[in-house]
Design a protein around this ligand. Sequence first.
Ligand SMILES: Cc1cc2nc3c(=O)[nH]c(=O)nc-3n(C[C@H](O)[C@H](O)[C@H](O)COP(=O)(O)O)c2cc1C
Length: 187
Amino acid sequence: MNVLIVFDHPRRDGFCGAVLDSFVQGLQAAGRRTEIADLRAEGFDPRLDPEDEPDWNDPRKVYSPAVLAEQARIARNDALAFVFPVWWWSLPATTKGWIDRVWNHGWAYGDRKLPHRKALFLGVAASDADHYPKRGYDSAMQTQLVTGITQYCGIADSRQELLHGALGDEGDRLALLKRAQDLGHSF
Ligand SMILES: Cc1cc2nc3c(=O)[nH]c(=O)nc-3n(C[C@H](O)[C@H](O)[C@H](O)COP(=O)(O)O)c2cc1C
C-alpha cells in the first residue's frame, strides 16, 4: 500500500514534525511505501480562486495546473493520512484550503468519488483528552473531518486519532511519538 501523508505545520523540525517522522517510521516498518506532501514547505496556496471553483453544470471542468498536480499525487497513492496540529478544534487553514481546492467537484465528490482504501486524520493537540468530550470537540471534529470529508468523498474506512498533551514534558511527548509510530505500523 502506498500512503500519501499530508503535513501542515509552519516548522518541519518541531514536535508535529517529530510526530510525522514517527508515523512514517511505523508505516515503513510495516512495509508501506510513503510520500509526504509538506504543504507549508512547498508553498501550497490554499485560496480557492475562480479557476478552481466548481462548475456545477460541468463535472469534467479542467482545474488549474496546481490542482491537477495535487490530484495526480493523491491518485498515485492508495491511502491518505493527515498529520496536523489541532488549531481551533479543526485543521490548520492550509490543509483546509488544500481540501477546498483539490478535492473538487467531479473528482472527489459528485459523480466521482475517491477510490482510496483508507484515511486517517492524526491531530496533535495541546489539550488533555478529557477536555475534548466535555465540550463535544472530539465528536464535532469526527463529524466534520471523517463523516463530512473523507467518508463523504467515498473513503469508508476513515478515522480520526488525536495525540493529546503535546505541550507536556519529555516523557509525555515520547509516549505520543510511540503512539504515532504504532498508528503508522497498524495503518
Ligand atoms: C492557532 C492555534 C490554535 C490552537 N488551537 C488548539 C485547539 O483548538 N485545541 C488544542 O488542543 N490545541 C490547540 N492549539 C495547540 C496546538 O495544537 C499545539 O501547539 C501543537 O499541536 C503542538 O505543536 P507546536 O507547539 O510545535 O505547534 C492551538 C495552537 C495554535 C497556534
